[in-house]
Ligand binder design. Structure first.
Ligand code: KIV
Length: 288
């Protein structure tokens, strides 16, 4: 089956909304004009086809984040996430979406060694998934790589501030930009990535004045997470905002209580199976 279609006769997945022209990377980049973003960019993470179908019509970008390491695979951090995992989930999200730009995270170890290594990994992700762009973490040190990819046809979303793949260097997931030196570095990182050709920048886990300073310092849009309402767009991990986890960072707003719903549904099912009331006549085939 093609990466780009859903065979509705063989799958529960119906193409909703109806197929439409996808947003493009240049359209996202052009949302910010002369420092102003009239329509903030809506980004959510997606890891599966069905999730993508449900989110697609509400979003501008679906981000196949390496946060899937913790959210889907129960890993302790994003460090063990592989290129293969990103390719498989990325392809599923492209299959489930028609409207949003799909951006895939480059996992730790797949791009840092050299621009050439990054190109090989990013090209594999785009070829195997049909996604439009990749995201990579890191600032000035990654500028040469971003330039290398963009010049060779691979749009790049940057990621500055708290960069979870660097947890072992940073020593944790606390907010960044509290000291003047750190604040200056984050703004410098953002400027270097923009100059290298990044079409958009995720600004994660920074004190609000730094998020505002970065947003004002770069011409490309910023997408905040734990940053500021004054960023040009916002991103959240979908499972966090749906209430799938008891413990979430303080910057997460819960827009649903899915964990409670799932647990309650499983409890009802278990009780009916144990009480021999499921399956009932409606769920049972009878001989003619
Ligand atoms: O991996 C991820 O989901 C991310 C977002 C939180 C920005 O990088």
């Amino acid at each position: 089956m093609s990466t780009f279609q859903i065979d509705t006769s063989a799958s529960r997945a119906h193409p909703m909304p109806e197929p439409m022209r996808r947003l493009t990377v240049p359209a996202i980049r052009d949302r910010k004009r002369d420092g102003v973003t009239e329509h903030p960019i809506v980004v959510l993470t997606a890891y599966t086809a069905r999730q993508a179908q449900l989110l697609d019509q509400h979003c501008d970008i679906l981000l196949v984040g390496d946060s899937l390491g913790q959210v889907i695979y129960g890993l302790p951090s994003t460090i063990p996430v592989t290129l293969e995992m990103m390719a498989l989930h990325g392809a599923a999200v492209v299959r489930g979406s028609y409207h949003s730009v799909v951006v895939i995270d480059m996992p730790f170890g797949s791009y840092e060694a050299s621009p050439e290594a990054a190109f090989e990994s990013a090209a594999r992700l785009l070829k195997e998934t049909g996604a439009a762009a990749v995201k990579l973490e890191g600032g000035e040190a990654m500028a040469e790589t971003v330039d290398f990819l963009v010049r060779r046809g691979i749009p790049v979303m940057g990621h500055v501030g708290l960069t979870p793949q660097a947890v072992n260097v940073l020593g944790g997931y606390g907010a960044r930009g509290r000291s003047d030196a750190e604040a200056e570095k984050i703004v410098g990182d953002a400027k270097a990535l923009e100059k290298a050709g990044a079409f958009c920048l995720v600004v994660e886990g920074v004190v609000e004045p730094i998020a505002v300073a970065v947003t004002e310092a770069v011409a490309c849009p910023t997408v905040g997470i734990g940053a500021s309402v004054r960023c040009d767009g916002q991103v959240l991990v979908t499972e966090d905002m749906l209430g799938m986890f008891e413990r979430v960072p303080r910057f997460v707003k819960r827009y649903g209580e899915m964990a409670e719903m799932i647990s309650a549904a499983a409890e009802s099912y278990a009780s009916e199976v144990r009480g021999r009331t499921f399956p009932g006549p409606e769920q049972t085939y009878q001989a003619k």
